[in-house]
Structures are given as structure tokens and as C-alpha cells.
Design a protein around this ligand. Structure first.
Ligand code: NAP
Length: 299
């Protein structure tokens, strides 16, 4: 039987709808408008697209969007001065610096400068440590989005075998921590993993975040498994000259004949990332004001 297609686009729209309802409540009941500040250094074309999408969706849910553009040759001192001001600004509840930044800036130092309670990308060492310790922090947006899709699809994940392919700080490690919190038995696979196909074939939940197009084959997948495809590879479009096509890490056509449920690329995990950025901003805003956190929008 063909796998259920997990519609991340529709799910993300639902998350944004819930965020919008919380924004309205915060405004009317407490006179608070949540605010997200995005810092863009330089003019990387892909970053421009992401920042524009973030701005549009932030405004659509009724939050304040503060965009700060700095020249590509900005000094660390000037960038840190801006971050310090945003850290101290009570109208700003979430801060993110769009990566990559130019080579003369250290991304880890930039993230470390952001107040962890406003680190809505969840990338700081403090938030990674809180997650690893099972304590409350802000969780990296894409893993949080995958968790929401999995909870919706599976419900109780206790005792399931979960395999995450990829061990980046951005995705693989936080995803594995979240699955552990759900009481899964978690394996993290990576480029040195032996017998990767066999390891994957034991998974009830298989999450692929590698960046190698269509690497995961049908015989790597346990029949009925839930497959979450995080990978994005841009390739020339076979039918449209000059256009590109996005491919995931999973051979979608073959794997969807075996899996129980699967996320497509595009339209699966991708739309969840900004939706979870907005969810994290609401969470940060509620915590900053001593208000109850929204249910269903946190880990
Ligand atoms: P990354 O930092 O490059 O990490 C890739 C991981 O894949 C590494 O842990 C690497 O192992 C592992 N790997 C590489 N080749 C492998 C192989 N042949 N077999 C098994 N594992 C292998 O990438 P990332 O930032 O985690 O992102 C991964 C993918 O997800 C990318 O395609 C990215 O574009 C996508 N992504 C999408 C979203 C979204 O919003 N949809 C968000 C984040 C990322 P080693 O550690 O051993 O090198």
C-alpha cells in the first residue's frame, strides 16, 4: 500500500494559524506584541530570500518584524553592539542572525552573543545543553518541526526504534535528543556508520538529514516505517531548462511504496522551519512576560 503523504505545507499553515491566535490573545489580553528581529549581514541571494520569507510570515501572524541589514564588511564590534541592543530591547522577543555570515565573522561567537532566552533558532550552546539535559530552553526550528509532524502522525513514540542520519548541531543532534525525550530508542548514523542500510532498516522512524540526493533506497526502509526527509539538494530541472528542482535524501518514488508515511520534498519538512521560528518567538515572548506557554508549539 502506498505511504501516507505527510503534508508539511498544510501542517505549517496550521501552526502559523495557532501562532496568530496566540498573538491576538497576547495583544488583546496583555497589550503585548511579540517581536522577531532578524539580522542580515551582506547580501547573499539565498539569505535574502529566506529573510524576506521570514519577514512576510512574521507580519502575517501579527508579530512585529524588525529587520537589520549590515554591510558585508561590518566589524564584529558593530554586529555585537547591535545584538546587545536587541538583547536589551523588551519589544524584541526573538533574535536570529541569518547564516552564513561573511568569513571574517565567527558564527559560533555570533550565536553566543544572543541572549539564550531570545535565541529562537535554538542554536546556542546554552539551548543545546538545556535540550541535552532535558530542561526547558528553545529548540532548533527544523527538528522541532519534525517532532511536531511525528507526534501528529504517530502519537505515542515510546519504545520505537528511531534512526537519524546526520549528526550536525543544527539538525541531527537536536533531533536525536527530541526523539530520546519521546522515549524512542535512538541511533545516530553518519558518514562513518558501518552497514548504514541495515541500521536504517531497523527503524520504525527514519529521519534523513544528509544532503545527498535520493540516498535512502527502498530496501533501507522497514515496511510501514515513518520516513522524514530533511535533505535538500538543488539539481537542474529535467524538463525545464534553466530551472532547478529540489530533491530530498530519500528516493521518494521507491520508498513511498514501502514506508507507512513519508514527507515529500518540497512540501514536507521545509515549510515547518519558519512556522517553528514563529512558534519559538511566541514561546520566548510568553516566558519573558511570565505567561503560560502555548500548548502544542513547544517540545
Ligand atoms: P551537515 O552539517 O552537512 O551534516 C550532514 C550530516 O550528514 C553529517 O553528520 C554527515 O556525517 C552526514 N553524512 C554525510 N554523508 C553521509 C553518508 N554518505 N552517509 C551517512 N551520513 C552522511 O548538514 P545539515 O545542516 O545537518 O543539513 C542536512 C541536510 O538537511 C541538508 O541537505 C540541508 O539543506 C537540509 N536541511 C533542511 C532544512 C529545512 O528547513 N528543510 C533545515 C536544515 C537542514 P559526518 O558528521 O560524519 O560528516
Amino acid at each position: 500500500m502506498a505511504a501516507t503523504v505527510i503534508d508539511g505545507k498544510a501542517f505549517a499553515a496550521d501552526v502559523r494559524g495557532q501562532v496568530g491566535e496566540h498573538v491576538t490573545r497576547l495583544k488583546t489580553d496583555h497589550g503585548i506584541t511579540p517581536g522577531l528581529a532578524v539580522v542580515l549581514v551582506g547580501a547573499d541571494p539565498a539569505s535574502e530570500v529566506y529573510v524576506a520569507a521570514k519577514h512576510k510570515q512574521t507580519v502575517e501572524v501579527g508579530m512585529n518584524s524588525f529587520e537589520h541589514r549590515l554591510p558585508a564588511d561590518v566589524s564584529e564590534e558593530v554586529l555585537f553592539d547591535l545584538i546587545d541592543k536587541l538583547n536589551a530591547d523588551d519589544s524584541v522577543h526573538g533574535i536570529l542572525c541569518q547564516f552564513p555570515v561573511p568569513d571574517h565573522l565567527d558564527e559560533r561567537a555570533v550565536v553566543a552573543r544572543i541572549d539564550p532566552s531570545k535565541d529562537v533558532d535554538g542554536l546556542s550552546v546554552v539551548n543545546a545543553g538545556l535540550l541535552a539535559s532535558g530542561e526547558t530552553g528553545l529548540v532548533s526550528c527544523t527538528p522541532l518541526g519534525c517532532l511536531m509532524l511525528l507526534r501528529d502522525q504517530i502519537g505515542n513514540m515510546s519504545g520505537k526504534n528511531a534512526v537519524v542520519i546526520g549528526r550536525s548541531n543544527l539538525f541531527g543532534k537536536p533531533m536525536a535528543q527530541l526523539l530520546l525525550q519521546e522515549n524512542c530508542t535512538v541511533t545516530i548514523a553518519h558518514s562513518r556508520t558501518s552497514n548504514l542500510a541495515e541500521v536504517c532498516a531497523r527503524a520504525d522512524i527514519l529521519v534523513a538529514a544528509v544532503g545527498r540526493a535520493e540516498m535512502v533506497q527502498a530496501d533501507w526502509v522497514k515496511p510501514g516505517a515513518v520516513v522524514i526527509d530533511v535533505g535538500i539538494t538543488r539539481t537542474p530541472h529535467p524538463d525545464k531548462p534553466g530551472k532547478s528542482k529540489l530533491l530530498g535524501d530519500v528516493d521518494y518514488a521507491q520508498v513511498s511504496a514501502v514506508a507507512g508515511a513519508i514527507t515529500p520534498v518540497p512540501g514536507g519538512v521545509g515549510p515547518m522551519t519558519i512556522a517553528c521560528l514563529l512558534a519559538n518567538t511566541i514561546t520566548a515572548c510568553c516566558r519573558a512576560n511570565g505567561l503560560a506557554e502555548p500548548e502544542g508549539l513547544t517540545a
